[in-house]
Ligand binder design. Structure first.
Ligand code: GUN
Length: 295
């Protein structure tokens, strides 16, 4: 029997806990976590994602503002804005939505964000901390949300499991592999130059796909009883589909995420969590109460 992993419901539960933490911070410490989301240009999908982040933050009591800049904004202008938010003590969290227009070097932008306000966990210092330790405070939202879903069905002990990650992006694939490695999984990180991805996925207890190709993961890629996490969000004929050929893969799995309502809501929940953790770090407060919602 296959069980669908209810990312939407699990994310809702996490967000309820975060709303409680936000209220607690306000009542006991006079602090309202504040998030600034910067979007450059008119990418319609990005605007949809940013609106969801803004709306969820407002719902949880976080002070959120979206700063929309024209597509011809220069790299220097964007860095100046980031630096002014770095210096603003009323701002706890900064997110620059990707993709950026091609004339802007995203690495230089992420390096310009104060690492304590880097709720995406894209700053090299935070990437380094994540690589060095299981206990990094800020973890990248999509991989951390995906790991939470995996543990929600397989339990906290993933030691010795074979995990295959498809896609080596800095946002998902690489940090996902690192998080699974910290859980003592044997991790294979596959990518566009991997010779035979199917040969690897067929052995895996856990498959995480973040490749951005609809129906890339087919039925015969999956070992019976595996857990499949679909990070892909692709549009086909106006419909959202993941990387996984869901209808044909479903029955072969023990646990599988749907698209939509799988990983997507978890990314937003972990962004909210990181915003509250960043607020605690900056105010030298014990964040344990806040991160207790994370397994
Ligand atoms: N674009 C797609 N996913 C993300 C994300 O997690 N963070 C940012 N900043 N941009 C994105």
């Amino acid at each position: 029997m296959t069980q669908l992993i209810d990312g939407f419901g699990i994310a809702s539960g996490i967000c309820e806990s975060i709303a409680t933490s936000v209220a607690h911070l306000k009542k006991n410490n006079g602090l309202v976590p504040s998030l600034r989301v910067i979007i450059v240009g008119e990418n319609p999908a990005s605007h949809v994602y940013v609106r969801s982040k803004q709306k969820k933050a407002e719902l949880l009591g976080i002070n959120a503002r979206t700063i929309a800049l024209p597509k011809d904004t220069s790299e220097a202008e964007l860095i100046r804005l980031v630096e002014s938010l770095n210096g603003d003590i009323s701002v706890n969290a900064i997110l620059v939505q990707l993709p950026l227009p091609s004339h802007i070097n995203s690495s230089r932008i992420f390096e310009s964000i104060d690492s304590k306000k880097d709720v995406d966990c894209f700053h090299p210092e935070n990437v380094g901390r994540l690589t060095l330790s299981k206990d990094a405070l800020l973890k990248p939202c999509t991989p951390a949300g995906s790991l939470y879903l995996i543990k929600s069905v397989l339990g906290n002990d993933l030691s010795g499991m074979d995990a295959v990650v498809i896609g080596r992006s800095n946002i998902v694939g690489k940090p996902m592999a690192m998080l699974l490695l910290h859980e003592n999984c044997t991790v294979t990180l596959t990518h566009s130059k991997t010779r035979d991805i199917q040969e690897k996925t067929m052995q895996a207890d856990i498959v995480v796909s973040a490749v951005g190709i609809p129906h890339f993961v087919k039925r015969d890629f999956i070992k019976p009883g595996a857990t499949v996490i679909d990070v892909g969000i692709n549009k086909v004929d106006g419909r959202l589909v993941g990387d996984v050929d869901f209808e044909n893969v479903f029955q072969k799995t023990k646990f599988i995420t749907p698209v939509p309502r799988g990983v997507g809501p978890m990314t937003i929940a972990f962004l909210m969590l990181n915003t509250v953790i960043a607020t605690c770090i900056q105010n030298k407060l014990d964040h344990q109460d806040v991160i207790r919602v994370v397994v």
